[in-house]
Design a protein around this ligand. Structure first.
Ligand code: UDP
Length: 191
């Protein structure tokens, strides 16, 4: 689809359905993709990571009205859809013809544990592992653990800009099809 530059970030204009199809196709073809949701906070906090986001495997989509306003002012039109990890992740699960193998990284220990239970029991996916976001994030063992889990989807919930930084730093070492930064999603799932 079209790329709309917002504060220098290449933001892809897409719909949730096209995005889900694209991700599942990518997974099927054993390609890697990093999905980043850009809201106003992202644009401000991730500025220093901008150059590293010009990479074929990085897909930035718009999240929230902040970017719509910018798009309207600069380009004369809003985005086709408002995408965010909280709504899009369960949608992706629904669009998949089979349960996805999911690894969850981030949030406090009791939060990620409850959220993992939610994903397995309520959302019908296969949790292959989870870990809180406060210890050993950059240890080689962490990467090995995720790779050995056989995850197809890695949800990284560390907030901006930590999650984006972590994803960009480790993407090449991760044998995972889809890696995405989901902010406070685990807190939401944990209730
Ligand atoms: N988080 C984490 N490790 C950190 C900082 C934050 O795992 O070092 C988690 C935090 O527990 C929460 C999520 O990241 O589940 C989002 O944090 P926050 O609400 O601060 O970020 P935002 O939603 O503003 O992006």
């Amino acid at each position: 689809g079209k790329i709309v530059p917002i504060a220098g970030f290449p933001v892809h204009e897409t719909t949730r359905q096209d995005l889900a199809i694209h991700l599942l196709t990518t997974l099927h073809q054993h390609e890697k993709i990093s999905l980043l949701f850009a809201n106003s906070n992202f644009v401000v906090k991730c500025k220093s990571l901008l150059n590293r986001m010009y990479n074929d495997s990085v897909l930035i989509v718009n999240d929230g009205v902040g970017l719509d306003i910018v798009a309207k002012c600069l380009h004369g039109g809003a985005f086709k859809a408002n995408l965010n990890g909280t709504d899009f992740t369960p949608y992706l699960f629904c669009e998949s013809s089979r349960p996805l193998r999911v690894f969850m990284l981030g949030a406090k220990p009791e939060v990620v544990e409850k959220a993992a239970e939610h994903v397995e029991q309520r959302l019908g996916q296969t949790i292959v592992g989870y870990c809180d976001g406060y210890s050993g994030l950059d240890d080689p063992q962490m990467i090995a653990r995720i790779n050995q889990s056989g995850a197809e989807l890695l949800l990284v919930a560390l907030g901006n800009p930590l999650q984006e930084e972590w994803i960009l730093n480790h993407r090449d070492s991760l044998d995972v099809g889809i890696v995405t930064g989901v902010g406070a999603l685990f807190d939401f799932w944990a209730g």
